[in-house]
Design a protein around this ligand. Structure first.
Ligand code: IPE
Ligand code: IPE
Ligand code: MG
Length: 268
């Protein structure tokens, strides 16, 4: 049997197409070691590197990472600016490695609030890596799901006013196409580290039918083994999407997995 360290055995596992991670616990991890919170954020960047690699090799198509929330702007100025410095460092030092792994980079969130340098680095990196064809790494920075949905509604309302959209044609797929994740499948699996069991305004629309996986491991300690344990747990879950078991078998008998059957959107 294949070790968890070597990645999940893809022949017998259902691999989620889209995994989201709420990377939590950096501050507590550092504090419990009598270190400043920022030290936890620095070590958290190592976990990002390892997790991106684990996700790409496991066959996951999209990995969404919650790096900084709308609400995190309310943290002490020192911590916010240290985090921005870390994003800058990560982006400038990891871009080559991401390119070698054929990672496609996307960014979602209110970039206007970011320091000019961080915004420019994010845009440059996502533009340079947008042409790659491997796993999509979708970074949520200065992101809040309620703001994302509100923006989409405002955009649709504007198009209705301009006569471009008929209100009768506003449906779930139209709204989804105005979200920052347009073109990506819904989340299949949401992982949150550090023992907290909440979504904290992360991808509320896209996680409607996601499996939730909570681990007590703090983000700086999270690595490939923990990621693969989450994938293994996911593959043991039975997703029903509101149906009953026999309906599911009949409805999706032509597909290899339920996740495949329900995620028909294109990746771009
Ligand atoms: C997650 O770790 C990183 C960000 C939210 C930016 P935290 O900084 O929230 O760490 P805890 O939850 O305080 O331990
Ligand atoms: C969620 O973590 C945001 C990120 C991981 C970027 P928080 O630590 O900010 O969430 P709460 O405050 O515990 O809900
Ligand atoms: Mg936290």
């Amino acid at each position: 049997m294949k070790s968890l360290l070597n990645g999940p055995d893809q022949s017998s596992h259902v691999i989620p197409r889209h995994v989201g991670i709420i990377m939590d616990g950096n501050g507590r991890w550092a504090r419990s070691r009598f270190m400043p919170r920022i030290w936890g954020h620095k070590r958290g960047a190592d976990s990002v590197r390892e997790t991106v690699k684990a996700a790409a090799t496991s066959g996951v198509k999209v990995l969404s990472l919650f790096a900084f929330s709308d609400e995190n702007w309310g943290r002490p100025v020192d911590e916010v600016s240290a985090l921005m410095g870390l994003f800058d460092h990560y982006l400038s030092h990891e871009i080559n490695a991401l390119e070698q792994q054929n990672i496609r980079l996307r960014v979602m969130g209110n970039l206007e609030r970011l320091p000019a340098r961080t915004k420019a680095l994010l845009l440059q990196a996502s533009e340079r890596l947008s042409v790659r064809s491997g796993m999509v790494l979708n970074l949520a920075v200065s992101y809040g799901a309620r703001a994302e949905i509100t923006d989409a509604v405002r955009e649709i309302a504007q198009r209705i006013r301009e006569g471009i959209i008929d209100p009768a044609h506003v449906d779930e797929s139209l709204l989804a196409s105005h979200l920052a994740t347009a073109g990506l499948p819904d989340l299949d699996l949401v992982i949150r580290t550090s023992g907290e069991q909440r979504l904290s305004n992360f991808m509320l629309w896209q996680s409607s039918y996601a499996e939730l996986y909570f681990t007590k491991v703090q983000w700086p300690d999270f690595g490939a083994e923990d990621f693969n344990a989450a994938l293994q747990e996911f593959s043991s879950r039975q997703r029903r999407f509101g149906l009953v078991e026999q309906d599911l078998r009949a409805e999706h008998s032509h597909t290899s997995t339920v996740a495949d059957a329900t995620a028909g959107e294109t990746l771009c």
